[in-house]
Design a protein around this ligand. Structure first.
Ligand code: UD1
Length: 430
């Protein structure tokens, strides 16, 4: 098992290059098999989740070649099965995007019920509702979801809850359905727009992505394309928040500043300085910075994937803050770990009440999931002394070269895999 060992207390300073958006890439890789032509996708983050999905795509018969670390070339002409193995789906929830993409292209698909980060119950009723509305028969048995149709026909679909996954999955199936589909109360996240742009570059006819009403005119076939994934707003936000929590000055490069507005506006409220450039954002921490209140909401609201990182920032703010989680019910699992580092947080239902403290102190903590894991690393960077974050395989699901990028900003952080290496690090830094 690997861990990050951190000697905290150094303000992070400098510039960091942000990679492609993991959540956009996952949907785009799944959509790439919707044609028998070749598709080239660049700016794909080289992280565990994208690599698992590429494995699943290869396993069903597509060819996957890597031009370089972040560019993949996919050809789905040789797909010979419409069934995705449990091993993949168990590792990443987003393998369920293959349901929408295969249903669209082959009119049949079978995928095991999804796993993923344990951040609360994560139903897929809305995906199923959408597939059924397009004329598919959907069956759940023996731990599998299977969907099939003689033909898919466009329909008007209202999503009872805003769901990124359901919006994208239904969108993919509808692209190759006959006639017009309207998805209302659709998710507006930047990655939904990116998937729609990708599909349009393959010959789809999708309008309104990024609004709550997406209109799709079905086409009979899609063709190859060459496409670059958008920058990762969550990776960018994580580095900015690490800069603030350590009292530093960090610039994230290769970002779309508009996508970061929900997070940077919260930093402005705390008194930090935010400077926007065309494709970069710089944040200079106020010392000390002030409390604020945050509620997670679908885009353009504050992203739930930045909630744990925000809580760490607020754990060191002046005054009492609240963080309300309105998307996933079990997203406060990191609170006990943070408390062990000296944070003062109390959770009541879906609200965390955070009393800012002057300092955190290093401890051995466990990453409970991807974003909470990143938040614990931020806490370690800001804390006095040495922090060891265990279970970093969660963090590796979504952050490419995480500790290397932090090192470039001046952090004292290393990846270790044995007690001996941990002891060596502690001796070196003490
Ligand atoms: C995606 C992101 C995840 C992010 C989340 C919210 C990917 C791979 N993952 O997850 O990182 O935290 O969006 O921004 O892109 N819901 C239902 N029924 C459904 C589907 C969802 O009730 O059929 C509920 C969920 O329980 C949740 C809410 O809708 O409360 C939003 O979930 P959703 O947007 O679907 O999240 P994911 O697509 O799973």
């Amino acid at each position: 098992m690997e861990q990050y060992v951190i000697k905290g207390g150094t303000p992070l300073k400098g510039e960091v290059e942000i990679g492609g958006a993991k959540n956009a890439a996952l949907a785009i890789l799944a959509a790439a098999i919707m044609t028998e032509d070749t598709v080239r996708i660049s700016n794909v983050p080289d992280v565990r989740d994208t690599n698992v999905l590429l494995g699943a795509i290869q396993d069903i018969g597509a060819t996957v070649t890597r031009e370089d670390k972040n560019t993949v070339v996919i050809n789905g002409a040789g797909i010979h099965t419409y069934s995705v193995d449990y091993d993949y789906v168990n590792k990443i929830r987003a393998s369920y995007y293959l349901l929408g993409s295969m249903l669209g292209r082959f009119k049949k698909a079978e995928v095991a019920l999804p796993g993923g980060c344990d951040i609360g119950s994560r139903p897929i009723d809305l995906h199923i509702k959408g597939f059924k509305a397009l004329g598919a028969e959907v069956d759940i048995s023996y731990g599998l979801i299977s969907a099939k149709a003689d033909r898919l026909v466009g329909n008007h679909i209202y999503l009872d809850k805003v769901s990124v996954g359901a919006t994208i999955n239904i969108l993919m199936a509808a692209v190759l359905a006959e006639g017009k589909t309207v998805i209302d109360n659709a998710a507006r996240e930047p990655h939904v727009v990116d998937v729609a742009n990708f599909l349009n570059s393959m010959g789809a006819d999708i309008r309104g992505a990024g609004t709550e009403s997406i209109r799709i005119n079905g086409v009979s076939k899609l063709h190859g394309t060459d496409y670059s994934v958008i920058p990762d707003q969550i990776e960018a936000g994580t580095f900015l928040f690490a800069g603030v929590a350590t009292g530093g000055d960090v610039t994230v490069k290769n970002v779309i500043p508009k996508h970061l507005e929900a997070t940077t506006s919260k930093l402005l409220e705390t008194g930090c300085k935010v400077i926007e450039f065309d494709d970069a954002v710089r944040v200079i921490a106020a010392k000390p910075y002030n409390q604020t209140s945050v509620t997670t909401l679908p885009y353009p609201g504050f992203p739930t994937d930045m909630q744990p990182q925000m809580a760490v920032v607020l754990a060191l703010a002046n005054g009492v803050s609240t963080v309300t989680e309105s998307i996933f019910e079990s997203r406060f699992k990191y609170v006990d770990e943070l408390a062990r580092m000296g944070a003062s947080m109390q959770v009541e239902g879906n609200v965390a009440i955070i009393k800012g403290v002057d300092k955190l102190t290093g401890a051995r903590v466990q990453a409970p999931d991807l974003r909470a894991g990143a938040a614990l690393v931020i806490a370690g960077l800001a804390a006095e002394g040495v922090t060891i974050v265990d279970d970093i395989h969660y963090i590796q699901r979504g952050y490419e070269l995480f500790h290397e990028k932090l090192q470039k900003l001046g952090a004292t952080i290393e990846k270790t895999s044995t007690d001996k290496e941990i002891q060596k690090f502690i001796l070196k830094v003490s």
